[in-house]
Design a protein around this ligand. Structure first.
Ligand SMILES: [Zn+2]
Length: 684
């Protein structure tokens, strides 16, 4: 592993932080923490931490010996001094004399001794950092180290590879007990440069930032060299010769199969991220893939990202999605049964009864293709894939030099159900549409943009589809929550299909469609050009049908229901003069909504329409408002608020109606009116 230390970079950082009143030690601590954090083979998504012991002044100027240690929630790759909260060292050291310290008390002790009480929680490995005497302490879950410690005879192997340079700490769950065990190992031989934590990772330490960092890089490089020199070829399974289905074809099947069924037509859905590299596909071709996967994850804290083990599936034969769907559902059911058995077997350990987390896998391995990560958000799905790549690194290395034997299922259970690990995931309370994917056509228009924003704020991942890609990008950016933009001409079936494919490629599937794109055409119905009427039918009716068909195609693969939402118009029920070209197809679309409600209710698909009127938009432009209000001899304001409530109706009000329909579990075949009240247009 490359040593990235640079005197120039280090001094530049010291100088930059000095201007902000940050000490040299803390600046260098930030510098090497970032070096470690930027390398996924060392540190990934919370799997590592660093510290520095130094004098710190409190608000009244008293000086304390303190441990500045990584705070939870901070990413080491981009850490700032605020991410290394200072804890008074003396009380931490005093804790070593205790026989026992519960996790809750350990957290309380750490928090109670923060110099700044508004700091984030110090790392769960804080005491281990405190008990080691060195000024700088670095900890990583290096994949090369894991290849060596995830072996049956890991102690002997470590002795052989590292000699007396590194101490060896047998596996103990992180927390007070591990801190004490590690400190005891260190005390037996204080000449060591670091400690190997069996089945977990490595600590190195030193008198200065550079020494501690370079010891880490040296130890990891030694491990890498050992694996490279001693690795033997791993046996492969026979490669599939038949053509395989594409990732996008099976993603909705997987997504539907892992959605957690809460009964009554409710699902906790996941977003899917797909990952495939030569290294991943090579690993998935291992003959013993099943055995390796069954063994578990490479370092304990991965359990909160990808559960205790991944789901292994067969390669998908092209052209037979129906039987692959059955296969996936069988395997997921077996995974769930095994997870429940794992929970039943280990629940009650330490005298504690727990509540089972959802039993769904977070990672599916598909030989020939790659792997699929599942998360309640796209970020979580990506994290699942990120850590899975490092699991591959560690497991492949372990298999090359021996046999992958990571931490036991019993120990994994203790980590998965450890309150301090669950706390890492807390804070992200699910929103009403969490885990759901919504595609909005005409997404860059006024109503589309308002709907995108509201859906994203309610937790949905949104696909903003619009003829104007640039504007769609602006809307997606403003909506946030990972929204994406796609160019889409709803009068072109190929373009519609591409938009749905983009939704699948990014999020794995789709749950809600807001079929919103439309265009207004005018003309006396007895004289109107036939071509114009047909053009209006293309965008105001056939486009809705194409969009709905594509949605149903995905809903059928997922088998978790879905919501179809149509933007119809007051014109659909209450025609306006010279507006037949617009009203006729909209009336057909309103009927279309009911037809879908009728035919797909049995698979849990709800179909509803929103009937809006007089909204400032691309269809009712400022110029049109001016001319129509003038024609009626009323002010623009009176024209826009010419309804029973006497208030203007906005795109945001329409978005609220779409959200209502997305959430209304027992409503289908409905039309919701958003027009401020218009008795002539009221539905019977
Ligand atoms: Zn660790």
């Amino acid at each position: 592993m490359k040593n990235l230390w640079s005197d120039a970079d280090a001094e530049a950082m010291v100088a930059a932080y000095a201007k902000k009143g940050v000490s040299r030690d803390l600046a260098l601590r930030v510098y090497t923490t970032r070096l470690l954090g930027g390398e996924p083979r060392l540190v990934l998504h919370g799997g590592g931490n660093t510290s520095c012991k130094m004098k710190v002044k409190d608000l009244v100027g008293d000086e304390w010996d303190a441990l500045c240690v990584k705070g939870s929630g901070w990413d080491m790759a981009v850490i700032e001094p605020a991410g290394l909260p200072a804890v008074k060292l003396k009380p931490l050291l005093k804790a070593r004399a205790l026989d026992r310290l519960s996790d809750e008390d350990m957290v309380a002790l750490q928090r109670a001794n923060l110099i700044d009480p508004s700091s984030p929680n110090p790392s769960v490995e804080t005491l281990l950092h405190a008990f080691l005497p060195h000024k700088f302490v670095d900890h990583t879950h290096s994949t090369a180290i894991l290849s060596i410690v995830d072996q049956e005879d890991s102690r002997a192997l470590c002795d052989k590879i590292f000699g007396a340079k590194l101490g060896f700490v047998p596996y103990v769950m992180p927390g007070f007990a591990l801190a004490k065990a590690a400190a005891d190992v260190f005390d037996k031989d204080p000449t060591v440069e670091g400690l190997i934590l069996d089945k977990h990772g490595i600590f190195t330490f030193g008198d200065d930032a550079r020494q501690s960092y370079e010891r880490m890089i040296r130890a990891v490089s030694t491990a890498e060299d050992y694996v490279a020199k001693n690795g033997k070829p791993v046996a492969r399974a026979a490669a599939a010769t038949a053509p395989l289905a594409k990732p996008g074809e099976i993603a909705p099947i997987l997504r539907g199969a892992v959605a957690f069924d809460r009964g009554e037509g409710r699902y906790d859905r996941f977003v899917v991220d797909f990952r495939s590299t030569d290294r991943i596909r090579d690993f998935l071709s291992y003959r013993d893939l099943n055995r390796i996967a069954e063994t578990g994850v490479s370092t304990p804290d991965l359990v909160i990202r990808i559960k205790n083990k991944p789901l292994v599936l067969d390669p998908p034969a092209a052209g037979d999605l129906a039987s692959y769907s059955r296969h996936v559902r069988e395997r997921v059911a077996a995974f769930v049964a095994a997870y429940k058995a794992y929970f039943a077997e280990h629940d009650g350990s330490g005298g504690v009864k727990r509540v089972m987390l959802d039993p769904m896998p977070r990672l599916a391995l598909v030989p020939g293709l790659g792997f699929f990560g599942f998360g309640r958000t796209l970020k979580d799905a990506r994290i699942a894939c990120d850590v899975a790549e490092m699991w591959v690194e560690a497991a492949a290395g372990a298999e090359a030099i021996g046999r992958f034997r990571p931490v036991s299922m019993a120990d994994l259970f203790d980590i998965e159900y450890w309150s301090l690990e669950q706390a890492k995931l807390a804070g992200a309370k699910p929103k009403p549409l969490s885990g759901q994917v919504a595609l909005i056509t005409g997404g860059a228009g006024a109503i589309g943009a308002a709907t995108a924003k509201l859906f994203a704020a309610n937790g949905a991942h949104v696909v903003v589809a619009d003829l104007d890609r640039g504007k769609a990008q602006e809307v997606a950016k403003a909506a946030g929550n990972g929204a994406i933009a796609v160019a889409c001409d709803v009068t072109d079936p190929v373009s519609i299909r591409a938009a749905f494919d983009a939704a699948v490629a990014t999020f794995g599937g789709l749950d809600i469609v807001v079929s919103n794109a439309g265009a207004a055409y005018e003309g006396a119905i007895g004289e109107i050009d036939d071509a114009l009427l047909r053009k209006s039918f293309e965008i105001n009716f056939f486009a809705h049908q194409q969009v709905a068909q594509n949605a149903v195609r995905l809903f059928r693969l997922q088998q978790t229901g879905g919501a179809l939402l149509f933007n119809t118009s007051k014109q659909a029920v209450n025609p306006g003069a010279n507006f037949g070209a617009y009203g006729l197809p909209k009336a057909a679309t309103l009927f279309l909504s009911r037809q879908y409600a009728l035919e797909y209710g049995k698979i849990g698909v709800r179909s509803n329409a929103v009937n809006a009127d007089r909204i400032r938009s691309g269809i009712l432009t400022e110029e049109m408002i001016k001319s129509r209000s003038a024609a009626r001899g009323v002010s623009e304001k009176d024209y826009m608020s010419g309804n029973l409530l006497g208030r203007e109706v906005t795109a945001e009000h329409v978005a609220e109606a779409f959200l209502h329909h997305a959430l209304a579990e027992r409503t289908t075949g409905d039309v919701t009116t958003v027009d401020g009240g218009n008795i002539a247009a009221a539905l019977r």
